[in-house]
Design a protein around this ligand. Sequence first.
Ligand SMILES: [Zn+2]
Length: 281
Amino acid sequence: MTATLSIGRFRIHAMNDGHFRLDGGAMFGIVPKSQWASRVHVDEENRIPLALRCFLIEDGDRRILLEGGMGEVLGAAGAKHFALERSGGLEARLAELGVAPGDIDAVVLTHLHWDHMGALVQPDGRGFRPQFPDSELIVPESAWKEALAPSRRAAPSYVRSAVESLRGMSEVTLVADDAKIAPGLSFAWTGGHTHHHVLVRIEDAQETAVFWADLIPTAAHVHPRWVMAYDVDPIRSVEAKEDLVAQSAAAGWWALLYHDPDHAWGRIVQTESGRYGFEAS
Ligand SMILES: [Zn+2]
């Protein structure tokens, strides 16, 4: 199933590379299970289902792929461990929109964890080759460097050989972590989840959408203190969210969600009690 959101001249399509499962406790950090369990479906192994939702952004005849799914980057054992279900994956979702890999002008990434770039590569027996060899890759330089030299704690979140194989794309453009990507498209540094994690802002005709990546992975993560145990700097995650969630609710930005199993987008709202929540659309 696909759906479309318009932000001014931009047409945004949600495309799910698949679903996988991660430990619920790891996804909610220090928040007790008694508080989060009622908001998500928890399986017998304490795992919760998560989407791998990429977005196709059309700007006239220019096509930009935002984020890169999980694909087969972890092999059969990883797919089994994380209960990955793809039903054709990103390539099939693109085909449903009538888009071939060669039609993608640029791929934009917020960070290079394997669940955000895996469908950009294809195992070729010895290593990996790019799935979008004719496309430009645009990624913050700091995030690229962090992926190639992670801390020991963060290292399992990357597949180094897969990241390096992305050099085989037509062009790798490393930019500042608050760079303008294209007219109306920009990165905004948040840190927290990774030291160089960024959001992507999409703006036109007085409308704004924000792709929150792993700062707000699901609708249950809008609360500024509900941050993942995976984050390398959770205190920074909370600070960034306190600021941005308040701004988002006040300005009525659209929120695009990568990992929410049910909602591609909606809005962050503040209720009468002062708490922040997610209004699905
Ligand atoms: Zn991540």
